[in-house]
Design a protein around this ligand. Structure first.
Ligand SMILES: [Zn+2]
Length: 486
């Protein structure tokens, strides 16, 4: 099983691989043209015939390029989906087990690893994503061929009709190739809009969306298996406006109440435009009244819209930088030195503009890694889980220690130390009610403290206020010594 960091790393690598694939395909096409050739309106027909004969060789070369890149990807996609899905489940599982031990859930289902429905969801997701990647590959091959034919036909027409000279025609056509990029897949939005997507964009969306969708499907299935009906949806500043209206709230998976409206009706969960749909950064977690503390909150819609607008401007600037890079490599392949230099100057200017925008807005520059990290679903939930777990130590307040101190509360610091040191709520309770030893009261900086040593945890409490101060693991040596002395 991969760690959350490894999942991010692998997704990033996969997206990087497809960016290079697109570059290679553009190069394969562009290098078959030379702006230095001397072609006149009289010889351009022969030139066209010669170029058309190269089509077979181009396709063969492109197929080889695609194969080289996609050999590894199928296996990696399976791993990413599998591990991301089970990791989301595993984090929820700890919340379920706590709810179960608190008597909020009636029964424990079969372990997640043994659930046949979860296995089906993973298998289905892997199959879907693999065929989607096959479609991306096929479309890319076709798109490269169409681009090549487009350049041949345009240069032929413009040169033979005398619209422009051959060299200018090829130069412009190659630049258009760079601007269009290689199409990965045609995408039809929910509004029925038909969009051409470049290979790298299509791949990023495929990885990000299928990971989020698979995790979501598995989480909902597991919620049903446990008999949990409430989920908390995450929130972040700068969410797309149509998602900002429902983020950071608690929903019912089935049915609805005045307090907890229905998840599917409100968030559009399961649709391309809704929660866990295309490019959605949101996730959700099981929620239990009584033990769960709401972690996320809705954001002010106006402020959110402003930040969202900035993020869109940043994307546009990032895209313009990548576009100049493609122009450089296409011009270079076609022997267009002047075009290459012009693009290099524009690249510098656009990179500077992006940098300035980042400085002005105080936003952060995103590397490929950060773009993937935005979707670090499992990492986000890891943080949420830790915060929840730390807060759960609050529930110790009100209990009485073996020598009669009433516990008044536990700071967040106390909870975090306990988690870091692998100490559970039950271990702390055991140390306080059933200690192997109780230390003398010590005074430091006018604060009195007393230490309770249990079999697993050593807990420090302020005997005057009842506040839990900190906690350590009981060493085997100390445990044996106290047990022997009993
Ligand atoms: Zn979203």
């Amino acid at each position: 099983m991969m760690t959350p960091e490894e999942i991010v790393f692998m997704s990033e690598e996969l997206i990087g691989v497809y960016e290079s694939l697109e570059d290679d395909l553009i190069r394969n096409v562009a290098k078959r043209f030379s702006v230095l050739d001397e072609i006149t309106p009289d010889t351009v027909a022969a030139w066209q015939a010669e170029k058309l004969q190269q089509l077979g060789a181009l396709n063969k070369e492109n197929l080889k390029t695609i194969k080289r890149y996609s050999r590894k990807t199928s296996r990696e996609i399976s791993r990413i989906l599998h591990d991301a899905g089970y990791q989301a489940i595993e984090l929820d599982e700890r919340i379920y087990k706590e709810a179960y031990s608190e008597g909020l859930l009636a029964a424990m289902p079969v372990p997640a690893a043994a659930s046949p429905v979860l296995q089906q969801i993973i298998r289905g997701a892997i199959d879907n994503t693999r065929s989607y990647f096959n479609l991306i590959n096929t479309t890319a091959l076709q798109s490269a061929q169409n681009s090549f034919l487009g350049i041949v036909n345009k240069a032929y027409l413009e040169t033979s009709l005398g619209v422009t000279d051959y060299n200018t025609a090829v130069r412009n056509a190659v630049r258009e190739l760079a601007d269009m990029g290689i199409t990965g897949v045609d995408y039809i939005s929910a509004a029925g809009r038909h969009t051409r997507n470049q290979v790298d964009v299509a791949v990023r969306r495929a990885v990000v969306t299928s990971t989020a969708q698979t995790a979501g499907k598995m989480q909902i299935q597991r919620a049903k298996e446990w008999g949990c009906n409430l989920v908390e949806v995450s929130s972040h500043m700068g969410a797309r406006p149509s998602h900002a209206v429902w983020q950071g709230r608690i929903y019912s998976i089935e049915g609805s109440t005045a307090e907890y409206p229905n998840l599917i009706t409100v968030t559009g969960y399961g649709t391309v435009t809704g929660l866990c749909g295309v490019n959605c950064h949101h996730s959700f977690y099981p929620f239990f009244e009584g033990i769960s503390e709401q972690r996320y909150k809705p954001y002010d819609l106006k402020e959110n819209a402003r930040v969202y607008e900035q993020s869109q401007q940043q994307r546009a600037l990032e895209r313009s930088v990548r576009a100049e890079k493609r122009r450089i490599l296409a011009a270079d392949s076609a022997g267009d030195t002047a075009g290459k230099h012009a693009a290099q100057l524009r690249l510098k200017e656009k990179e500077a503009r992006l940098k300035q925008f980042i400085r002005d807005t105080g936003r952060t520059q995103r590397t490929a890694r950060q773009q993937v990290m935005d979707f670090g679903h499992s990492q986000a939930s890891q943080a949420v889980w830790t915060a929840r777990k730390a807060a759960s130590f609050q529930s110790l307040s009100g209990m009485t220690t073996s020598n009669g101190i009433v516990v008044s509360g536990a700071s967040n610091h106390f909870g975090q130390r306990a988690i870091q040191r692998g100490i559970s709520l039950a271990d702390v309770r055991d140390a306080l009610t059933n200690p192997l030893g109780i230390g003398n009261i010590r005074i430091a900086d006018n604060i009195r403290s007393q230490e309770f040593t249990g079999g697993i945890a050593r807990v420090q409490i302020n005997p005057d206020t009842g506040n839990l101060i900190t906690v350590w693991k009981t060493s085997a040596k100390l445990r044996n010594k106290l047990k022997g002395g009993r």
